[in-house]
Design a protein around this ligand. Structure first.
Ligand code: SAM
Length: 269
C-alpha cells in the first residue's frame, strides 16, 4: 500500500457522491421505507431473531435504512459510517420517523475513539468489508464492541464474484487480497449506472480464509456459515430475477456463490 494515499478520504468522497444519487433511487425506495417498509433481508432477520430491547451496533450503515429497520423492530440501534452525507441523511430520517437510533460519522477503524460501551449484536452487511484493507484490525473492532455472549453477524457479497469483470465474462482480479488496493475510476453507481458522478475508489478483495482467520483470532466462535447462489439486490450487471424474487448471474445460475453470511458469538469469560 502507498502510505502517501489517503484511501479512506478518497472513498469518503466517493460515498458522499453515491449517497446523493442513492437517496432518490428506486433501488433504496425511500418513500416506501418512510411508509414503514423494512429494508432487512431474510438472512439477517432469521439469524438475529428477536432484537427488541437489544443493543445493536451497525457498522458501515450507509444512510441508515437497515439501522432504522432494526430500530423499528425494537433494537437500541447505533449506526456508523464514514460518509458524512450518509450520516446526515440517516439522522434526518431518524428524526422524521420518530425513532431513537444514534448515528456516528467515522472510519470504522477509529470507532473505539468515538463510542463507548458494548453491544448484544454487532451487525454489518452487503458491500462493506471490501472498503477495508485490514481484516485483523476490523475484527478487533468487532470484538471490542461485543458483550461476552453477544452475537456478530456479517452478510456479504462473496469474494468469488469480485474476481470477475463487470459482466461476469472473465476473471480479472485475484480471489486473494494481495495487499492491493484495487483502484477504479468509476462513473455512476449500482443504483443508476448512468448517474453523472465520477470518482476514484479503492477496494480490497478478502478471501473467506482471511475473514474467518481474523474473527477466530479474536476468539469468536462460529455458529453458522452460509454461501448462497443468489443476491437479494440487483446490484451487478447481467443478473436475472428468479421466481423467488432473488437475483442470479445470467448463464452461471447456481454455479457461483454470490453472497455469504457468518454468525459468531463472543464466549462468556
Ligand atoms: C454498500 S454500503 C453499505 C451497505 C448497506 N447494506 C446499504 O446498502 O445500505 C457501504 C458503506 O460503507 C461505508 N464505508 C466505506 N469505508 C468505510 C470505513 N472505512 N469506515 C466506515 N464506513 C465505511 C460507505 O460510506 C458506505 O456507506
Amino acid at each position: 500500500m502507498d502510505a502517501s494515499v489517503d484511501y479512506f478520504e478518497i472513498n469518503r468522497l466517493a460515498w458522499n457522491l453515491r449517497t446523493g444519487v442513492h437517496k432518490d433511487s428506486a433501488f433504496y425506495d425511500l418513500n416506501s421505507f418512510k411508509q414503514g417498509k423494512n429494508s432487512l433481508n431474510p438472512l439477517e432477520l432469521e439469524a438475529l431473531g428477536k432484537v427488541s430491547g437489544k443493543k445493536l451496533l451497525h457498522l458501515q450503515c450507509h444512510f441508515g435504512q437497515d439501522t432504522l429497520s432494526w430500530a423499528r423492530l425494537g433494537a437500541k440501534a447505533t449506526g456508523v459510517d464514514l460518509s458524512d452525507e450518509a450520516i446526515t441523511l440517516a439522522r434526518q430520517l431518524n428524526e422524521e420517523l420518530g425513532l431513537e437510533a444514534e448515528f456516528i460519522c467515522c472510519n470504522v477503524y477509529d470507532l473505539p475513539q468515538h463510542l463507548e460501551g458494548q453491544f448484544d449484536i454487532v451487525f454489518t452487511s452487503y458491500g462493506v468489508i471490501g472498503w477495508l484493507p485490514d481484516m485483523e484490525k476490523w475484527a478487533q473492532v468487532v470484538a471490542h464492541f461485543l458483550k461476552p455472549g453477544g452475537t456478530f453477524f456479517l452478510a456479504e457479497f462473496h469474494p468469488a464474484i469480485w474476481m470477475f469483470d463487470n459482466h461476469f465474462t472473465c476473471v480479472q482480479y485475484s480471489y486473494f487480497n494481495n495487499g492491493g488496493p484495487i483502484i477504479e475510476e468509476s462513473t455512476g453507481t449500482y443504483t443508476d449506472h448512468d448517474a453523472p458522478i465520477h470518482y476514484t475508489e479503492y477496494s480490497w478483495n478478502h478471501a473467506l480464509s482471511e475473514v474467518f482467520t481474523a474473527l477466530l483470532h479474536q476468539n469468536l466462535q462460529l455458529v453458522d456459515f452460509q454461501e448462497l447462489p443468489y443476491s437479494y439486490y440487483n446490484c451487478f450487471a447481467n443478473l436475472e430475477q428468479g421466481p423467488d424474487g432473488f437475483w442470479r448471474i445470467n448463464g452461471l445460475e447456481e454455479k457461483l456463490p454470490i453472497m455469504y453470511s457468518v454468525k459468531m458469538v463472543k464466549p462468556q469469560p
